[in-house]
Design a binder for this molecule. Structure first.
Ligand code: OXD
Ligand code: MN
Length: 613
């Protein structure tokens, strides 16, 4: 399309008015490129959400669930090819390849921009382009930031309304001069082809060609071809982690893949904890933990992402930049996470779970009893003997955070909450003890940098091989991972003795008989209690090669059936297998070349020294 094409100037804009000139001209420019029939500016109201939901039902994208059983809730079924984030098509298009680092897919920005212009040309023909202004974090807060997503997916608009503070208030921030991140999204399924031929819409439009692109220098996001989760709800992984990690590096703060908890002890003392875990390590369950030990109360601030910044008092303050939970459904059940189940009783968008015969939802792990008949996530009849799951393993619920009974009253405090403790966890059958405290911040950064999980048979590669996921940020760090470790080291220097204490945890260690040694779930509160009592200076610790371990008498095991030998296995540190792991870490660090901070090499040497003694 040329600049003189009449569509450039005649695309009607409906909804809220745009007054910021830069925003206005960007919308016009993307409209001219993607050629939607109309442009609609979202106000974020409940009435608007309900209108979109009704349109999605009409279009067949949403199935309205039983209003008595699950009021205000919907089920969407995606295309089987569009069910998860696509890391192989996720790019960091920094000017220099070295700035993306060896763990990211780098793409040369000028060539990629050209390629994207081709892909997006006419991509929205026959559709509406929605303008979705959003705030990550409470609107107007000192740690919060705004963005605008242009999308041709009403499913994305409805989901963004739950996951972010979306609409007029965010737009007002831009009108007042706030910096904003532009994010362009198309499902890549135009209804009118370049030759003018029309085609009908489908329930889940998407494309086999996919791009999830971050330009870190210009702070831009472009996403094409997918309507699913982190690929399409651009406030989440693309902005709040990949772009925000770059903003944090440049501006002296941190964007982390961490849940945030408020914990109140028996003496009413309040603590806050942030924790990073790779996928499939029970992060949502920890975010909604119900302690089994008396006197302790755990409340939720966030379940996935934390933005953290030093406050005036020198401590590190965290906000949850999101407004909702986009949680994995399978494994979330009455016994494993009753809080999440309570949050899901109304006003939820479910994606790719199974449908019950009475118009409700089901997924593996929701109830012990499996329904005799279901419609599976692809719309087929399903019975327990089907030999395949009824819900997709990555099926999701999208729900407002404040529907969780565990939500902390402070969860929307503009200035955030002061963090006392940071946890790093992985899924480790071997080597890593239940809990260990780092010797200092630098050692904590080493622990974060070496987070890993043993591969399961289902994953690629040899069983038992380590999948490295430093800081649980592997797919989410918008720049060179070694520089990111350097940024953490700098933040530690800035925070000094006000820095949170860092611990390593592992709920998944197995005994020699192959069974889990620790019961997990609510019992993990015992581990949190020890960490917080360490912060208080109430309990001692035993110096060990990989960190400071609890003295047996300090770990609250009352009412728990763990034998002495199980306890010994939970905390065993085998120098030989740790030395082998140290060799693998050296190899892993090697790929970062001269960007690797010296402190990481020093930490590895110190670990080896401790193992030798
Ligand atoms: C998520 C993820 O969906 O980390 O939160 O993949
Ligand atoms: Mn996540």
């Amino acid at each position: 399309m040329t600049a003189t094409d009449p569509r450039t100037t005649t695309i009607p804009m409906t909804g809220h008015r745009i007054t910021d000139p830069d925003l206005f001209s960007w919308i016009q420019e993307i409209g001219a490129l993607t050629q939607p029939d109309q442009i609609y500016v979202c106000d974020g109201s409940q009435e608007e959400y309900e209108r979109f939901a009704a349109e999605l039902v009409e279009a067949g994208t949403f199935i309205k669930l039983n209003e008595t059983k699950r009021p205000g809730s919907y089920l969407a079924r995606s295309e089987p090819s569009d069910v998860a984030r696509v890391e192989s098509r996720t790019f960091i298009a920094s000017e220099k390849e070295i700035d993306a680092g060896p763990t990211n897919n780098w793409a040369e920005p000028t060539a990629l921009r050209e390629e994207l212009r081709g892909v997006f040309a006419g991509a929205m023909r026959g559709r509406t382009m929605y303008v979705v202004p959003f705030s990550m974090g409470p609107v107007g807060g000192p740690i919060s930031r705004v963005g605008v997503e242009l999308t041709d997916s009403p499913y994305v608009v409805a989901s963004m309304r739950i996951m972010t503070r979306m609409g007029a208030a965010a737009l007002e921030q831009i009108d007042r001069g706030a910096d904003w991140v532009p994010a362009v999204h198309s499902v890549g399924y135009p209804l009118v082809q370049a030759d003018g031929a029309s085609r009908p819409d489908v329930a889940w439009p998407c494309s086999d060609t996919k791009y999830i692109v971050q330009f870190p220098e210009t702070r831009e996001i472009w996403s094409y071809g997918s309507g699913y989760g982190g690929n399409a709800l651009l406030g989440k992984k693309c902005y709040a982690l990949r772009i925000a990690s770059v903003l944090g590096r440049d501006e002296g703060w941190m964007a982390e893949h961490m849940l945030v908890l408020k914990i109140t002890g028996p003496d009413e003392r309040v603590y806050h904890l942030a924790a990073a875990f790779p996928s499939a390590c029970g992060k949502t369950n920890l975010a909604m933990l119900r302690p089994t030990i008396p006197g302790w109360k755990v409340e939720t601030i966030g379940d996935d992402i934390a933005w953290m910044r030093p406050g005036d008092d020198g401590r590190l303050y965290a906000i949850n930049p999101e407004a909702g939970f986009f949680g994995v459904a399978p494994g979330t059940g009455e016994t494993t996470n009753p809080t999440a189940i309570a949050a899901l009783d109304r006003d939820v968008i479910f994606t790719n779970v199974a449908l019950t015969d009475d118009g409700d939802v089901w997924w593996e792990g929701l109830t012990d009893e499996v329904p005799a008949h279901l419609t599976d996530w692809q719309g087929n009849d399903w019975t327990p003997d089907a030999g395949r799951p009824a819900a997709h393993p990555n099926s999701r619920f999208t729900v407002r955070a404040d529907q969780a009974p565990s939500i902390a009253p402070e969860w929307e405090d503009l200035g955030g909450v002061p963090i006392d403790v940071i946890l790093f966890g992985g899924r480790r059958a071997t080597n890593v003890p239940l809990v260990a405290e780092s010797y200092d911040w630098e050692h904590g950064v080493f622990i974060g940098a070496t987070v890993s999980s043993e591969q399961t048979a289902a994953a690629e590669g040899a069983v038992g091989a380590l999948r490295r996921d430093p800081f649980a940020m592997l797919p989410f760090c918008g720049y060179n991972m070694a520089d990111y470790w350097g940024h953490w080291l700098e933040m530690g220097e800035k925070l000094g003795d006000k820095a949170p204490r860092i611990f390593q945890v592992n709920w998944f260690r197995k005994g020699s008989d192959g069974t889990y040694l620790w019961p997990g779930f609510g019992e993990n509160s015992r581990v949190l209690e020890w960490a917080l009592r360490r912060v208080n200076g109430e309990v001692g610790a035993v110096d060990a090669a990989t960190g400071r371990l609890p003295r047996t008498e300090d770990l609250n095991l009352e009412g728990l059936e763990v034998t002495e030998s199980e306890l010994a296995e939970l905390f065993a540190i085998d120098p030989a297998s740790w030395s082998a792991e140290a060799d693998l870490t050296e190899e892993y660090f090697g790929q970062f070349g001269s960007r690797l901070p010296d402190a990481m090499t020093d930490q590895l040497a110190q670990l080896r020294e401790r193992l030798a003694n």
